[in-house]
Design a protein around this ligand. Structure first.
Ligand SMILES: C[S@@+](CC[C@H](N)C(=O)[O-])C[C@H]1O[C@@H](n2cnc3c(N)ncnc32)[C@H](O)[C@@H]1O
Length: 391
């Protein structure tokens, strides 16, 4: 590797350590050994070695990315969560460029195995080319729906999805050894996707750690129902420059009727009012405790987002936008945001525990909230504790 590129790679690893994304020598060694630029041909090395940049590589007809190399900072966090040991059998869902598969291959070493699945044949073929270029031989890349796992391969010690899931595939659960770890970006609520490390216990899966993240959604027949709507403009036309890329709204049940209702509200002129002070975890409280959260984000290099509440029945939408609340239509959502902010009950992601229970074994009586999905119930605990900064 050229000296200049080696320095860029080392700087990225130093930064990932300094930010606490890399915490172990094992993961540091993997990042230091796999040249990311070989998985991103045509991308300048300065960009390839930026710790916080996801680099989109394939787009759909609306210009929305459908494949990328995820940002190294979140990859490092998730690899630490996965805690891979030499000799283990690892399944990855979402091969993308193949970079993460190469890191996994380094972590399992010569005696371990990595199987990586991508639903997109072109993406998978390119990943194989990149893995060859980087001389990573021990990854088996497969074209297929990762939801279905790799059942011919028996059990895995570790399973990692690098694509956002709304539920857990029964196949991932069945293929994970008891005591094994599944790490995935789990869509909890609109605007709240969390990288969760679940340990498999005899009754289900229990979260051991969580980190905020953002990932592109799983595609194919097992994709979630509609949770996103592509908009033509940012909600606040009055004070913001139009978005350079697309604007996406994330909401529960993004059915055509609800998206129409949303678009109609967005045609109205926004009322801009001041908001109460924010507190640590205000957005976590809002998205977990309000029945109709909504999140808007701009697709692009510097994604901006806003969180709020959308009640289609009351024809009301409000969102926190910088120091203000923007509201459209009825006032009820604005009032709900104000009430949530005024309650000022700080909450930290680390104080939450999620237990994923395979249906129908629902034993979540003492949970603070339960998210019901077709394959699993996700029981949340820790919401009633108020997190104090520094406590
Ligand atoms: C964020 S990228 C993965 C990044 C990748 N791990 C890397 O290191 O470059 C997400 C990938 O998931 C793939 N994907 C989406 N739905 C899938 C599915 N149902 N099964 C397998 N792969 C899927 C996409 O084609 C895309 O390549």
């Amino acid at each position: 590797m050229e000296h200049r590129v080696r320095r860029q790679l080392d700087r990225m690893v130093d930064e990932l350590r300094a930010k606490g994304c890399i915490r172990s020598e094992h993961v540091a060694d993997a990042f230091g050994s796999v040249p990311r630029h070989l998985f991103l041909p045509g991308v300048p090395t300065t960009r390839a070695y930026t710790a916080e940049k996801a680099i989109p590589t394939h787009f759909d007809e609306n210009g929305i990315p459908v494949s990328s190399s995820s940002a190294p900072n979140i990859m490092a966090v998730m690899l630490e969560q996965l805690s891979v040991e030499p000799g283990q059998r690892v399944l990855e869902i979402g091969t993308g460029t193949g970079y993460n598969a190469a890191l996994l291959s380094h972590l399992v070493g010569d005696t371990g195995t990595v199987v990586s699945l991508d639903i997109d044949a072109e993406v998978a073929r390119e990943a194989e080319v990149h893995l060859d270029a980087a001389k990573v031989g021990a990854v088996e890349v497969r074209v297929g729906d990762g939801w279905l796992g790799a059942t011919d391969k028996g059990k895995f010690d570790r399973i990692m999805a690098t694509v956002e899931a709304w539920d857990i595939a029964p196949q991932w659960y069945d293929q994970l050894e008891t005591g094994g770890i599944l790490v995935l970006p789990l869509w909890l609520r609109p605007g709240l996707t969390v990288a969760v490390a679940f340990e498999k216990v005899p009754t289900g899966l229990v979260s051991r750690s969580m980190a905020y993240c953002g990932f592109m959604p799983l595609r194919g027949p097992h994709a979630s129902g509609p949770l996103r709507a592509t908009l033509t403009t940012w909600p606040n036309q009055q004070t913001r420059a139009p978005a350079s890329g697309g604007v996406v709204a994330v909401l529960d049940e993004a059915t055509p009727e609800r998206v129409d209702a949303l678009q109609r509200l967005l045609q109205l002129r926004a009322t801009v009012t001041s908001r109460p002070a924010l507190f640590a975890g205000w957005n976590l409280r809002l998205t977990l405790e309000e029945p109709d959260p909504i999140c808007f984000f701009e697709v692009g290099e510097e994604p901006r987002n806003s969180i709020g509440i959308f009640d289609s029945r009351a024809a009301s939408l409000a969102l926190v936008d910088g120091g203000s609340i923007l509201s459209f239509g009825g006032d009820s959502c604005r009032q709900r945001i104000i009430a949530s902010l005024e309650r000022a009950r700080p909450l930290a992601l680390e104080s939450l525990v999620i237990t994923a229970l395979p249906e129908p074994a629902l034993r979540s009586g003492d949970a603070d909230a339960v998210l019901h999905r077709p394959n699993f119930d996700f029981a949340l605990r820790g919401l009633s504790t108020t997190h104090r900064e520094g406590a």
